[in-house]
Design a protein around this ligand. Structure first.
Ligand SMILES: *[C@@H]1O[C@H](CO)[C@@H](O)[C@H](O)[C@H]1NC(C)=O
Ligand SMILES: *[C@@H]1O[C@H](CO)[C@@H](O)[C@H](O)[C@H]1NC(C)=O
Ligand SMILES: *[C@@H]1O[C@H](CO)[C@@H](O)[C@H](O)[C@H]1NC(C)=O
Ligand SMILES: *[C@@H]1O[C@H](CO)[C@@H](O)[C@H](O)[C@H]1NC(C)=O
Length: 332
């Protein structure tokens, strides 16, 4: 064995040892990290720099933390039950914002004037420590606040998708002051039967990527540093069904949650169902996806689910919402 090979062999062993720290074997394509109690609709995820995953719940009006390495879950904050939690995003190191609204789960409609934005400071959080949550502001003009993403050059401002009004709001993370950042027909829902338009939001290279759930649309629009549009909407894929939130890899590959399916959309628009399908229970009730952030789980896609509270596959058993892990490296 040459020195280089020995080093490579040693690194392989080391990597294998680190990998076993993950809560699943390297050959598992999809693993269950945590199952919440029944009727816990997990809507959105944010991964902390230490690897722990923050999970928001609409139905339980709570933010939970799950450590995917130790399989330990904890409640970060229990909101008033009327404040169902939707999107969450990191704005500074270990400081997040989350949006809430009073949602009727039978119709998916938000109560008018119920939207709020909160600051979630995880820096000093530990079990039993002082409450890390503070209200930034009510958002009375926002209909159904959904996806949240910070402006890359101005973490004092987030863009918030309004799935009901079909708008993107620009919201100050210090005062909650909000104005319409972008209005475009591509954000509107297309049928009153599915009153959810623009939903997930992510920014990559001066382009805002978004999903429109009712329109089966994934698209992008160029934006300026302050989140205004600087060009027109370009379709990326119209083949994903009911796309909800998504993870965006650095090369532009999209991993979108939608209709019991994890969809993969390549930068050229090629779309396939990576895991599951409308009638599959593999990722039943999938709502969002986020990549791990540590050296060990950077290639792992964490997925949140409702457990099947909405559009459960025919004959499927509805169970508690889950945090799942998908080993995307195993897919060609
Ligand atoms: C979970 O809740 C759903 C909806 O209320 C119900 O239909 C289902 O039977 C419950 N499942 C279990 C395992 O209790
Ligand atoms: C919703 O609330 C806003 C702000 O409070 C108000 O201006 C608007 O008239 C309300 N719309 C409906 C349909 O009630
Ligand atoms: C955003 O920036 C553009 C120029 O890049 C400017 O025209 C526009 O007024 C700005 N909007 C806000 C709300 O700051
Ligand atoms: C799902 O199952 C239903 C009823 O069994 C069937 O009508 C439908 O075509 C199936 N959908 C897909 C995408 O396979």
């Amino acid at each position: 064995m040459t020195v280089a090979l020995k080093v490579h062999f040693f690194l392989s062993l080391l990597f294998a040892a680190l990998s076993t720290a993950l809560p699943f074997s390297n050959n598992d394509a999809v693993a269950t990290i945590w199952t919440f109690p029944n009727e816990t609709w997990v809507e959105n995820l944010a991964v902390r720099q230490n690897g722990a995953v923050l999970c928001t719940s609409i139905s339980r009006a709570a933010i939970y933390q799950v450590d995917p390495f130790s399989h330990v879950a904890a409640t970060v904050h229990q909101f008033d039950i009327l404040d169902g939690v939707l999107g969450i995003a990191e704005i500074e190191n270990d400081i997040f914002v989350a949006v809430t609204a009073t949602i009727d789960l039978a119709t998916n409609m938000a109560k008018n004037g119920s939207a709020k934005i909160w600051r979630v400071d995880m820096c000093a959080w530990s079990l039993g420590a002082p409450n890390p949550i503070s209200l930034i502001s009510n958002l009375p003009e926002v209909g159904l606040p959904d996806g949240v993403t910070p402006l890359p050059t101005d973490p004092g401002v987030v863009l918030v998708a309004d799935a009901d009004k079909g708008l993107i709001w620009r919201v100050s993370t210090t005062t909650g002051a909000h104005t319409i950042a972008i209005s475009d027909p591509a954000f509107k829902y297309t049928s009153p039967l599915v009153p959810i338009g623009v939903n997930g939001l992510k920014i990559l290279d001066d382009e805002l990527y978004f999903t429109n759930l009712a329109a089966n649309l994934i698209a992008r629009i160029p934006i300026t540093a302050n989140g205004s549009a600087s060009g027109s909407v370009q379709k990326v894929s119209t083949e994903t069904l009911l796309p909800d939130d998504f993870a965006l890899a650095g090369d532009g590959t999209i991993y979108a949650a939608g209709y019991n399916t994890l969809w993969r959309v390549m930068p050229d628009g090629t779309t396939d169902a990576l895991v599951g399908g409308p009638n599959s229970t593999a990722v039943q009730g999938i709502t969002s996806a986020q990549f791990g952030r540590t050296r060990e789980d950077g290639g792992v896609l964490y997925i949140s689910t409702t457990g099947g509270l909405l559009l459960a596959p025919a004959g499927a058993r509805v169970h508690g919402g889950q945090l799942l892990a998908v080993n995307v490296g195993l897919f060609g």
